[in-house]
Design a protein around this ligand. Structure first.
Ligand SMILES: Nc1ncnc2c1ncn2[C@@H]1O[C@H](COP(=O)(O)OP(=O)(O)OP(=O)(O)O)[C@@H](O)[C@H]1O
Ligand SMILES: O=C(O)C1=C[C@@H](O)[C@@H](O)[C@H](O)C1
Ligand SMILES: [Mg+2]
Length: 178
């Protein structure tokens, strides 16, 4: 059992939102590894960061991604920083990976209203977001099968663009049946 698609990208790219819509369109279940980690820990991610620190969260995330990619036949949405793990990037080489990109202004806008993202909770979330994009862009691209820009698209339009992009990819691999 391998996922039909694994969705990656920075915070606010819409991994959860688009992952849900994509799963609905394909009539498949969605698995979100942020939710898996919270369930395993019995605590929120924000709590994990504060109490145990980021390395503990990253180790749990690595396990959650490996399990989801091995077990889940639907859509898998990853946490924004999952690609920081080399093991995770290696696991992702075996499956169709959708990189949802978002620019600095729109990403900051979409994440700005939430306090649930511990990495962006500091004094200058916009600068943090820029540093995060700069550091991670090569990693997202390293594992992406397709890249879809979400900046000027509604979630529904993003889903359409993802399906179109994966159909082109599936034509040579046979993995997209629609
Ligand atoms: N294409 C879009 N256009 C406008 N708003 C969007 C779009 N995609 C997502 N959003 C909004 O941006 C916010 C963040 O979306 P979402 O939680 O799906 O992002 P995420 O990539 O899963 O983030 P995280 O890495 O923190 O889990 C939500 O309020 C969502 O409604
Ligand atoms: O970008 C990140 O590093 C994170 C994104 C979220 O999805 C969560 O996985 C967590 O808040 C860390
Ligand atoms: Mg999410």
């Amino acid at each position: 059992m391998t996922p039909r698609a694994v969705v990656i990208g920075p915070p606010g790219a819409g991994k959860t939102t688009v992952g849900e819509l994509l799963a609905e369109a394909w009539q498949l279940p969605l698995r979100d590894t942020d939710v898996d980690v919270e369930r395993t820990a019995g605590r929120s991610i924000a709590d994990l960061f504060t109490t145990d620190g980021e390395p503990v969260f990253r180790a749990m995330e690595e396990e959650a991604v490996a399990a989801a990619v091995a077990e889940h036949a639907g859509v898998v949405a990853l946490g924004g920083g999952a690609v920081l793990s080399e093991r995770t990037r290696s696991v992702l080489r075996e499956v169709p990976v959708v990189f949802l990109s978002v620019g600095l202004a729109e990403g900051a806008r979409r994440t700005g209203l939430s306090t649930a993202r511990p990495l962006l909770a500091g004094v200058n979330p916009r600068a943090t977001f820029k540093a995060l994009l700069d550091a991670r862009l090569p990693l997202y691209r390293e594992v992406a099968t397709v890249e879809v820009d979400t900046d000027h698209r509604s979630p529904t339009e993003v889903v359409e663009a993802v399906r179109a992009a994966l159909t082109g990819w599936g034509a040579t691999t046979g993995s997209d049946h629609d």
